[in-house]
Design a protein around this ligand. Structure first.
Ligand code: ADP
Length: 278
């Protein structure tokens, strides 16, 4: 049964739509006796495989010492996702893959995998303005900062308070602080300066759902680079079709119509109706 890829900009609402599609398919499969014993449903994502968002950061300056290279961590993540899909994909299994799916070569590879097991394939693109998607990442950064502030008292062994970069706009002065405190404080300040220098001011204020627990893409340049590297689907190519579009503003009823189309065209493979243009 089909492999359905979800694609879109980082933090554009992909997981929200993926879980709505999962719920829709669960209900649809259960309500139809001809499919309930036949189909199994799987949702695979970065979260289900515990893939951190830092793997997408290709800046060698941020690569931890134990990682082979910045590229390697993303390749390892892709290998894990590919392996997870390959393990379950079969003529009986419906697989939703909720990850960025932003590289066309990667989508082609997954399309070939579906063809290999003679099962259908479809792509769902979640459309969202860049400013709104950036706003989601900003909201998650703010939430993470608040959580860190409430769980970590910013003191050293010397008992001195470390001025965080968020609290202090100016660079700390070495003479005012204990050397260890100064070093820590200066690092915080430098990190903040770096992040601010790469921040696009243009972002919308977004309300995160109360159940949202996802980590942000950090540093901000990681998110910006992913947007820059995003390869838009082209429905004229075999590996990007059929392409279904959902936008942030689509109501549950509108989303349901798209899910109905996915069911007809991809899951049960009904031939498309011919629409005559007048
Ligand atoms: P992604 O998987 O692309 O990172 P998520 O689906 O996790 O994005 O959504 C990010 C945040 O935006 C969540 O808090 C979610 O509740 C909210 N959100 C996503 N889509 C919508 C939408 N269509 N309407 C309102 N809020 C949304």
């Amino acid at each position: 049964m089909p492999l359905i890829l979800i694609t879109g900009l980082p933090t554009s609402g992909k997981s929200t739509r993926a879980s709505q599609l999962y719920d829709y398919l669960t209900e649809r499969i259960a309500s139809d006796p001809s499919t309930s014993s036949k189909f199994r449903l799987h949702l695979i994502s970065d979260q289900t495989l515990s893939i951190s968002r830092s793997v997408y950061d290709l800046d060698p300056a941020h690569t931890p010492a134990h990682v082979r290279s910045a590229n390697a961590s993303e390749k390892d993540a892709r290998a894990a996702l590919y392996g997870a899909v390959k393990r379950v994909l079969s003529p009986r299994d419906i697989v939703i893959l909720d990850t960025l799916n932003y590289i066309k070569g990667w989508r082609y590879q997954l399309y070939c995998e579906a063809k290999n097991v003679q099962t259908p394939f479809g792509l769902v693109q979640v459309g969202c303005p860049v400013t709104r998607a950036r706003g989601v990442n900003e909201a998650r950064i703010r939430r993470q900062e608040q959580q860190q502030q409430s769980t970590q008292p910013s003191t050293t062994d010397t008992g001195a308070t470390i001025p965080t970069a968020a609290a202090a706009g100016a660079a700390p002065k070495s003479g005012d602080l204990h050397p260890e405190t100064y070093q820590q404080s200066h690092q915080n300040w430098q990190q903040k300066q770096f992040e601010e220098s790469t921040t696009e001011p243009d972002s919308e204020e977004v309300q995160l759902s109360p159940t949202d627990v996802q980590e942000p893409y950090l540093p901000r340049s990681n998110w910006e680079n992913l947007v820059f590297r995003y390869e838009e689907p082209n429905p004229m190519t075999r590996w990007d079709s059929p392409l279904f579009i959902l936008t942030w503003n689509d109501t549950p009823e509108e989303a349901r119509k798209v899910f109905d189309q996915i069911w007809d065209e991809v899951v049960v493979n009904k031939p498309q109706k011919l629409i005559r243009a007048n």
